[in-house]
Design a protein around this ligand. Structure first.
Ligand code: NAD
Length: 404
């Protein structure tokens, strides 16, 4: 009787377990390990961080997907994986968890790149709890202004203008206006410090310019070509035009990039920033055809340009489904097949009513901006939430595939 272990309860882990439940023979043991009992729709985490969405609205019980009668769920933190002994080390368990096949889907961690003070003085944004902490912090500073009259209480500095930073700023436009009204303060100032001079390079310039103009019109002040070199209490230090400069603010949010889980730092995974280059069939390497790596811990190469696909929810969902199908084939005595990824599009939201995106339709990439892009995103995200909660759709029909 084969034992298949899936590590992680994010998009990739849940998609893998769902496919395994459908495809492996009934006698196969299925185990899912996650450090929380809930799954979080991480693509909406910026909304919680801006206070426009409640944490409960983007999370649900993992048991809704990993049915307890079929899957053994272990709530614990993975601390290591012993590839030679085919076992997983868990924080709370003395006994290692053995496997015949393992799918590693441990997700991402915030990356500080060793920038001094970033860990101590900036708020990370990778978990639901951190997102709630960001919203509470910003609101509390605005409230605090009433007694402090310190202008820095009304300044929010977002570090990094990647997807997360841009989507967060889009939401903050709304929530900071509401908080300023609630606590009767002057307007909140929003800053974004970014090393590159080119924002959202994955979109064509028409779409990227639309996003930047929209955010600027709504008060966001971009500091571009500014490489952050340190974070102090209430201050971001950066190098621009060969000079050290600073921007002050009592709410500093860190969206400067992510790496794969620290578990992947073990030399056995030959990872770079927590991501291992996979074999074409998504296995770790030819010595370990029983180990599959998917989602944000995987660098899955696009053979057309020999560069890894970006770490998005869409790649996580599709790679996880493929790895699970490969495991099911191997359990049944068949073989693993290469993963082929066709992007169905990418969308970046800019608050409640605006977005930019490219969506694959009829073999072409269609560009969308403004309200239509935002409406399309909402329809698909709503559907994904509905189906995730056990009604039977997203993981079965792949509706969420269009996103990220
Ligand atoms: P990111 O790596 O995409 O962006 C980080 C940004 O910080 C970059 O623009 C980078 O130039 C900047 N930066 C890095 N070092 C800096 C420094 N020292 N000083 C100033 N700026 C610096 O990270 P992210 O936005 O957290 O996204 C992480 C992953 O999640 C990405 O792969 C992204 O595609 C994905 N994601 C996708 C979506 C979506 O599809 N809508 C949404 C959120 C995240």
């Amino acid at each position: 009787m084969a034992k298949v272990v899936v590590l992680g309860g994010g998009y990739a882990g849940l998609r893998a377990i769902k496919v395994l439940m459908d495809k492996v023979p009934g006698e196969t043991q299925l185990v899912l390990v996650s450090d929380t009992r809930t799954h979080t729709e991480k693509t909406n985490i910026h909304e919680v961080a801006a206070g426009t969405t409640k944490p409960g609205d983007i999370s649900f019980d993992i048991a809704e997907v990993a049915k307890p009668q079929r899957v053994k769920f272990i709530q614990d933190t993975v601390t290591g994986i012993d590839l030679e002994n085919k076992s997983v080390e868990l924080k709370e368990s003395v006994e290692p968890l053995t496997y015949d096949y393992v799918i590693i889907a441990l997700g991402f961690r915030s990356e500080t790149f060793g920038i001094p003070g970033a860990e101590e003085n900036a708020l990370p944004l990778t978990t639901l709890a951190q997102a709630s902490a960001v919203a509470d912090h910003i609101e509390n500073q605005i409230k605090h202004y009433q007694e402090s009259q310190d202008p820095n209480d009304l300044k929010v500095v977002v570090c990094g203008a990647g997807f997360t930073g841009i989507e967060l700023l889009g939401e903050l436009i709304h929530s900071t206006r509401e908080w300023a009204k609630k606590y009767n303060t002057p307007n909140v100032e929003l800053y974004c410090v970014e090393a590159s001079t080119n924002i959202l390079p994955m979109f064509d310039c028409g779409l990227a310019d639309f996003a930047v103009d929209y955010l600027k019109r709504n008060g966001v002040q971009f500091v571009l070509g500014a490489k952050i070199s340190g974070v102090e209490e209430g201050k971001v230090v950066y190098q621009k035009d060969e000079e050290e400069q600073t921007v002050e603010g009592n709410s500093i949010v860190w969206t400067v990039g992510v790496g794969g889980s620290h578990v992947m730092d073990d030399p056995a995974f030959s990872s770079k920033r927590g991501r291992s280059i996979t074999q074409p069939d998504l296995s770790l390497n030819p010595d370990h055809p029983e180990v599959f790596v998917v989602g944000d811990v995987a660098a899955i190469m696009n053979p057309e340009n020999n560069r890894p696909w970006p770490t998005t929810a869409q790649v996580a969902l599709k790679s996880a489904a493929h790895a699970a199908e490969n495991v099911a084939n191997l359990v049944k005595g068949g073989s693993a097949t290469p993963f082929i990824f066709h992007s169905l599009g990418t969308v970046a939201s800019l608050g409640r009513t605006q977005a930019i995106g490219t969506v694959a339709m009829g073999g072409k990439q269609v560009k969308l901006k403004g309200y239509p892009a935002s409406a399309l995103k909402k329809v698909i995200v709503d559907r994904s939430l509905f189906y995730d909660n056990g009604v039977g759709g997203i993981f079965k029909h792949g509706r969420f595939d269009v996103w990220h």
